[in-house]
Design a protein around this ligand. Structure first.
Ligand code: SME
Length: 156
């Protein structure tokens, strides 16, 4: 399973690299990135971005149900990822204090910070699943690779 995920994420990172274009507006690249992630990864109910704007996270391109538009940094899994500048892998969202339930179907999630050229948090990538414990260490490693591609092409 670990090896399968390694292959899946390597393919995904390569596809993303071909899809993204540094000459395009941020919104175009993030829209396509969210669509690719949502279509490629099984058992997701939401995949998308929140971007840092004036000290809070603001909804960016995504796939899934409509979501909350602003997240303060002291709120939710996304806020924790941005505030602590650390990947948040949450096996059971009901057990996470302050989790924001945009879609009641979400049971687990992973949120990864995205960095600009100065190493500051520019936003987060948020993936939600209707399955508990959907994201393991192999998903985290693979998604860190995906984030590296995004950072290289879009945020630097
Ligand atoms: N899960 C997030 C809120 C955003 S929705 O999941 C799209 C959180 O608690 O930070």
């Amino acid at each position: 399973m670990e090896a399968q995920k390694e292959v899946l994420y390597a393919q995904l990172a390569a596809q993303l690299e071909r899809l993204l274009d540094g000459a395009l507006p941020l919104v175009s690249n993030l829209a396509n990135a969210s669509a690719l992630l949502y279509q490629s990864l099984p058992e997701l109910n939401w995949a998308g971005f929140y971007l840092m704007r004036e000290g809070e996270l603001v909804l960016g391109p995504f796939q899934g149900r409509p979501a909350c538009t602003r997240i303060a940094l002291d709120r939710g899994v996304c806020g924790a990822a941005a505030r602590e500048n650390r990947v948040q892998r949450v096996p059971d969202v009901r057990a996470f204090p302050g989790h924001i339930a945009c879609d009641s179907a979400s049971r687990s999630e992973i949120v990864l910070p995205l960095h600009d050229a100065q190493g500051c948090v520019a936003g987060v990538l948020d993936l939600d699943s209707p399955l508990p414990e959907r994201f393991d260490a192999a998903d985290e490693a693979g998604l860190r690779g995906v984030v590296s591609v995004l950072e290289k092409v879009i945020f630097q």
